[in-house]
Design a protein. Sequence first.
Length: 411
Amino acid sequence: MTLADSTQSQLSQRLSSPGSSSQIRPEVAALQGDLVNWRRHLHQHPELGFREELTSAFVARKLTEWGLEVQTGVAKTGVVALVRGERPGRTLAIRADMDALPIQEENEVPYRSQHDGVMHACGHDGHTAIALGTAYYLSQNRHLFNGQVKFLFQPAEEGPGGAQPMIEAGVLRNPEVDAIIGLHLWNNLPLGTVGVRTGPFMAAVEVFECTLSGKGGHGAMPHQTIDSIVLGAQIVNALQTIVARNVDPLEAAVVTVGEFHAGTAHNVIAGSAYLSGTVRYFKPELAELISHRFREVVEGVCASQGARAKLDYRRIYPPVVNHPEIADLIRRNATAVVDTPAGIVPECQTMGGEDMAFFLQEVPGCYFFLGSANEARQLSYPHHHPRFDFDETALAMGVEIFTRCVSDFLS
């Protein structure tokens, strides 16, 4: 087993040593070298959403070598694979996303991206490697479970979203999926921790674009104009009242205006302005309230000034909501792996979004965070940063959690 650099050669020994803080079985720890190699290969060859041709070919080749039933070209570049246990039973799905981001990598490492302007800056290369390691382990240990495990290697999580096209392609049928699990390597948590909770876990993602049409004119003669900058400023302020005065203060929601463009000169009152931004919330019931009030605010402010607005408000992803029983499945098996109650972060949430939400709307499931930051090794840059990287020790931990969940759910 050849490792990508000498610092990784001690990982499998560390993972399986008696003094290790995590309970990784020796046969899983022995996969660490391969997990690192797979992850680094993928990291060197990142691809954007629905363009993951090299990635999906690599994944399909490995799965086929291990004797899984493999389907390629699902939702363009997705891969679906099935591994069967010794006896009939239920079906558990494991989902992993494969796409990268349009970011120029700044890490000076041997495995840095070879594709200019594209980088695995969110850990999807690790997610894919963990799912591959889980598939290999299960293919060699079919006696440990009944039924089958279906692996969903999904394209385009970062956008425009590959989960819904995969669902429409029938990946949750033939055989019918009874439950689904997935993880996200998470640099907001230290290595050796797991963030999992029942109920809302990640936020809905909605975006808006708004063009305001007023009336331009001379900066010294405002009475002859309808000032789109004043109009936009009023709208920005008024939008904040949606959360402050319409949403229950015990609920969480965010309205962010990320762009405000208007004007061309210091002495010209702008006749038009452009706003764009995002809306986030956890509770599905807030969807109608926020979008309705958003439109009322924009139209009301414009009406008060005699202006017009063209508003494009789009729902991208629903909230990620974890099923109680499947969250318990993750929690009890992760507890065995991290080997300490402090390693489980029970109320972990983020206003970030994920299209895993679409799978969770269809079948019971759970999405969780696997801590991957290691400040001592300078592996703690945030997600989507050009120097993002993670402690690869988390790879075997992910395989260990997944395989324990399979044995538990399909025993």
